[in-house]
Design a protein around this ligand. Structure first.
Ligand SMILES: [Zn+2]
Length: 248
């Protein structure tokens, strides 16, 4: 073997290792970037994305969340972003709009996501999970708000949808809603600089006097801030939320 042969063999070995690393990285990226953009049907169930470490048929994995009657089953998701401190279990919810872009993420005193849609007031808002409408009210600034109570595996959550242009007809407090039931239209009522949805999710039951964490709006807000400090930032804590999407 000449010196040139050895160099060639070394080059080939380096190439093989590089390709291997690229494939491994791509798989890792696919796993981490898996998001609602891939979950583009409303009939899709809660998804155990943490099991998708390979590229096996994603549809199979998605439908594991439907029981034999076709009812959605919400599944526990283990924490997979180890850098995050989470005091609640990670799980996946549905997006509240069919089209959207996140224009603001949760920060102190804004413990919510703002979602913009090019459809404006034509964008219909849906619950992020099945639940019961717990509130329909107008805040001091005039924002139309809907809250929905969810119980997922024994944990209470409240999702809050703010700035609605209008409530869906036939909506009332106490009504059971699914992820396919419209609750209103995106709007700019209240303190808003433009048409968008402000959506907060907190692991407590708003308007439940038995829940001292958030028995009222103030409690909800304060608790959300506290939970944000602890690593719970609503949808971002509970799903791998993509920055934009084209289909719910
Ligand atoms: Zn907001």
């Amino acid at each position: 073997m000449t010196r040139k042969d050895i160099v060639n063999i070394l080059i080939i070995i380096v190439l093989i290792i590089s390709i291997g690393l690229m494939v491994a990285k791509k798989e890792k990226d696919d796993f981490l970037n898996l998001s609602y953009e891939y979950i583009n049907t409303k009939d899709m169930a809660i998804t155990d994305i943490s099991t998708k470490k390979d590229n096996t048929n994603i549809i199979d994995i998605l439908f594991k969340g439907v029981d034999n009657k076709g009812v959605l089953v919400e599944k526990e998701l283990p924490v997979y972003q180890k850098s995050q401190v989470l005091n609640t279990q990670r799980r996946v919810w549905y997006l509240p709009t069919e089209v959207g872009t996140i224009s603001q993420y949760p920060v102190y005193n804004h413990v919510a996501y703002d979602i913009y849609s090019p459809r404006g007031v034509n964008e219909t808002i849906f619950p992020i999970a099945n639940g019961v409408v717990s509130g329909m009210y107008r805040d001091a600034a005039g924002a139309n708000i809907v809250t929905i109570a969810h119980n997922v595996n024994g944990i209470n959550y409240t999702s809050q949808y703010v700035h609605l242009a209008a409530y869906a007809s036939g909506l009332y407090v106490g009504k059971e809603v699914t992820i396919n039931d419209a609750i209103g239209q995106m709007g700019s009522t209240g303190m808003a600089t433009g048409v968008h949805l402000h959506i907060a999710v907190v692991d407590c039951k708003l308007f439940d006097s038995n829940d001292p964490n958030c028995r009222d709006l103030n409690g909800f807000f304060n608790y959300a801030n506290r939970r944000l400090n602890e690593g719970f930032n609503g949808l971002g804590s509970v799903m791998n939320l993509s920055g934009s999407w084209n289909n719910r």
